[in-house]
Unconditional design. Structure first.
Ligand code: MLT
Length: 259
């Protein structure tokens, strides 16, 4: 990997694969796993080769100690693609998965066919947000993920039927993985200036009611990505792939058609 920090310890990511065709890697957000993408499968199966990994320390992938640099998480994806003999792929990144996808775009531009940023953005943390993350990382290491599971689901979605399944998912999260991701996100660099270098078809999918990512950030990315366009999803919050899967699948299909 070029320039960005490396993690010494390699891990093999758990992943699931569905269908044939152009490889598309779906990178989940924090502190979730590959299952968030399942609602898209009925719409996208048969349209591309869908690859759903769990990031290091999440879902069924092993955790390592220390902070998870976004570039190093991108390396894990690159290693997974190497293991599958896949030279180029489309990356679909949700929130933190978007930060990982942007790091991948920076480190391996020649491997990227197209990009979807779902409820994500390119900016770094503000100093306050960074401090908050580091504090939460320490708390999770000391006391586990219960408090995160209590407070986070309501911030992710306004759809009441999704709250309990999300809570159960977060309760299963590995504290070392959660702390590693929080530390990695806290230290991530601002990618805004680098968006102009990402010269592949790129769709930004934004929930109109996302309380975590202001729509203005998505509009800014649309302006800065040379081949970017924005799809705003009405009635969706931070998890449009679960809240409005048909519309998200449509937006992704349009991206696949442009590859
Ligand atoms: C996520 O959904 O991955 C997180 O909300 C991202 C973040 O905290 O910045």
């Amino acid at each position: 990997m070029k320039e960005l920090k490396k993690m010494d310890e390699k891990v093999q990511l758990y992943f699931e694969e569905y269908g044939k065709g152009t490889p598309v890697v779906f990178v989940h957000g924090f502190p979730l796993d590959h299952t968030i993408w399942y609602p898209l499968l009925p719409f996208l199966q048969g349209k591309a080769r869908l690859i759903l990994p769990d990031l290091r320390g999440h879902g069924k992938s092993p955790a390592t100690k220390g902070g998870y640099d976004m570039g190093a998480l991108a390396d894990d994806i690159k290693d997974m693609l190497d293991g599958l003999n896949i030279r180029q792929a489309v990356l679909v990144g949700h929130s933190m998965g978007g930060y990982v996808s942007l790091a991948f775009a920076r480190c391996y531009p020649e491997r990227l066919l197209g990009l979807a940023l779902v409820a994500s953005h390119a900016a770094a943390d503000t100093p306050e947000r960074r401090q908050g993350r580091l504090q939460t990382a320490g708390e999770v290491e000391r006391r586990g993920v219960k408090s995160l599971a209590r407070t986070m689901p309501e911030k992710l979605t306004a759809h009441p039927e999704l709250i309990e399944p999300l809570r159960r998912l977060i309760l299963q999260a590995n504290p070392a993985g959660v702390a590693g991701a929080l530390r990695g996100m806290a230290d991530r660099e601002d990618m805004t200036r680098r968006l102009s270098e990402i010269n592949v078809p790129a769709v930004i999918i934004a929930g109109a009611q996302d309380s975590l990512i202001p729509l203005e950030k998505s509009k800014e990315m649309e302006r800065l990505l040379p081949r970017g366009w924005l799809v705003e999803v009405p009635g969706a919050g931070h998890l449009p792939m679960m809240e409005a899967p048909e519309m998200v699948a449509e937006a992704l299909q349009r991206l696949f058609e442009k590859i």
